[in-house]
Design a binder for this molecule. Structure first.
Ligand code: NAP
Length: 516
């Protein structure tokens, strides 16, 4: 039998009572480790984090907690090789794709360590300036942000076992709020190893960072009034979380990052052969294939002027044809596997569902896999679909195929392109490509109301921009509507979720003591 990973809860390592779920290699099918979460006293574990780790973290200043994040960064960096091995085995990712998750997570943690250092020795934050409440200036109102006295429960998706943990844990721990993470079962191993390394290094007070691997049963029942929950995953599970009795009863603060049919928009000035056109092709191909398209931010819909539809289909198809797919251990392979057989089936069915309505422009599944048995490996070649009538095909704006799949669409006017993009009902990110700064700026503002982030690519930032799908800790991550309505990262803004805002109404002489 494979090793069963322990859970860390209540300040101790604990084994789940059942045999557990088996995690496997999506390329070879080999069993790796098991995870189990039944039989533990979850309420006692949550209480320990709340009552023991919470006060210990809050006794420190932001700068002191930032120093702990810096130490955690060093521990994680010293174990990077092990994390890459686990990612290759359990997520089936090539090295560059593992880096997006592993190094992306460590970078986010180190960014928050730097942000925290600048906050210095404060133990709470001021929110805006004091405002006079009456005719006389003596009685005023000052808003403050104080760390919440609860725990932060993270329920994460399978595609980012490292980044998904640290992008949430960094602002929570910096805020002084203990973290309990429940990674998605299929890829829990990497999250487990990282938490284990940090816990074993005794950086944070006991209970500040806990992990429950395996099923989610009972986790939400353990939530109390000052807790927060941050969820990343499907819209169906998100709905269950929002409507869970404990969440409703205790007004538990909820952040949801759900699915999203993100777009790329080529502006009318970007004709084939122009730099902006080439930048769109390069970015769309990268977004389709990076992490086998298993990124919540990946481009799913590509909008180009009708006159450029054929040229874009040809250029994108030619680029995708260069993607070698198969075993990530082979150095010639550029794209590894989907995360498991279930995802393989879901993605295959999703492609078939779209194919019933639109044209297949390129199908990389016809090319043989490298070093991988197609009857075992969960590898899918990139698939580009297309339609010249996106206004009459609703399904392309509704279905998110969570794999190396995107749909090219022709549009008539920029106004109609924007209306089509909005049919995604709220997305995480939209990228816009062109060379006319005035129309690009106008498009960005126009699209902002239905997106958490607008990524504008003009030739001058062609080599500098950070990528459509790369989530940078300095910028907001999250989107309205279908994308879940959540807000994460965005520098200091991320700390607000873990703080309570309160208005202190008092004599200006007392308020001065707060601002001193
Ligand atoms: P999922 O099935 O909803 O699972 C997400 C997490 O929820 C897993 O940890 C899962 O645990 C847990 N879970 C399942 N049922 C639950 C319940 N009843 N109560 C509490 N937790 C429960 O989603 P997924 O298929 O793993 O993730 C893919 C989706 O996530 C895609 O649609 C993608 O767009 C979205 N995503 C969004 C973002 C973003 O930042 N917006 C990032 C990544 C992914 P088990 O694994 O144990 O079932």
């Amino acid at each position: 039998m494979t090793e069963k990973l322990l859970n860390y809860l209540g300040g101790q390592w604990q084994s789940g009572a059942d045999d557990g779920a088996v995690l496997s290699d999506p390329v070879t099918g080999q069993s790796l480790v098991r995870v189990a979460s039944s039989g533990m006293d979850l309420k006692a574990g949550f209480a320990f984090a709340r009552e023991s780790a919470g006060p210990a973290l809050r006794a420190m200043s932001y700068a002191q907690r930032a120093a702990l994040l810096t130490t955690a960064v060093k521990i994680l960096q010293s174990n990077r090789d092990r994390y890459y091995e686990i990612a290759t085995a359990n997520s089936g990712t090539v090295k560059n794709d593992s880096a997006v998750d592993i190094d992306g997570g460590i970078y986010t943690l180190s960014t928050y360590a730097k942000i925290g250092e600048k906050l210095g020795e404060q133990k709470f934050l001021l929110d805006g300036e004091a405002a006079r409440l009456g005719k006389e200036p003596l009685f005023q109102s000052q808003h403050v942000l104080v760390p919440r006295h609860g725990v932060a429960l993270f329920i994460n998706a399978f595609n980012f076992p490292s980044w998904g943990l640290w992008e949430k844990a960094a602002p929570a721990l910096l805020s002084g709020v203990p973290v309990i993470v429940k990674p998605a079962t299929s890829t829990a191993w990497l999250t487990h190893q990282m938490v284990k390394d940090v816990v074993d290094a005794k950086i944070f007070p006991p209970g500040a960072l806990s992990i429950v691997c395996g099923g989610s049963a009972g986790l939400l029942d353990a939530l109390a009034p000052f807790d927060v929950i941050s969820f990343t995953g499907s819209a169906d599970t998100a709905e269950k979380i929002r409507t869970h009795p404990a969440v409703a009863k205790h007004s538990v603060r909820v952040n949801i990052e759900a699915d999203s049919v993100n777009s790329a928009l080529l502006m009318p000035d970007a004709v084939p052969g122009s730099e902006a056109f080439d930048l769109l092709i390069k970015e769309a191909a990268r977004e389709m294939t990076q992490k086998s398209g298993q990124k919540c931010t990946a481009i799913r819909r590509i909008f180009v002027p009708r006159a450029h539809y054929n040229a874009a289909a040809e250029a994108l198809g030619a680029r995708l044809a260069k993607t070698t797919v198969g075993n990530p251990r082979n150095e010639t392979v550029r794209m590894g596997a989907l995360v498991n057989r279930e995802q393989f089936t879901t993605v295959t069915n999703g492609i078939a569902q779209l194919q019933a309505h639109i044209t297949t422009l390129f199908d990389g599944r016809k090319t043989a896999l490298v070093d991988a048995d197609p009857s075992v490996a969960c590898c899918v070649g990139p698939v580009l679909l297309g339609t010249e009538n996106p206004e009459s095909v609703s399904i392309v704006h509704e279905v998110e195929v969570f794999g190396p799949v995107a749909t090219l669409m022709a549009y008539e006017t920029p106004e109609r392109a924007t209306a089509l993009i909005r049919r995604g009902e709220g997305s995480l990110v939209c990228s816009v490509y062109g060379a006319d700064n005035t129309t690009l700026a106008a498009a960005a503002i126009d699209l902002a109301s239905s997106h958490g982030r607008i990524h504008v690519i003009s030739p001058e930032v062609g080599v500098q921009h950070t990528g459509h799908g790369n989530v940078m800790p300095q910028s907001l991550h999250g989107g309205p509507g279908r994308a879940g309505g959540g807000e994460e990262l965005g520098g200091l803004r991320a700390l607000h979720f873990y703080h309570q805002r309160s208005a202190i109404q008092a004599s200006s002489n007392i308020l001065e003591k707060l601002t001193a």
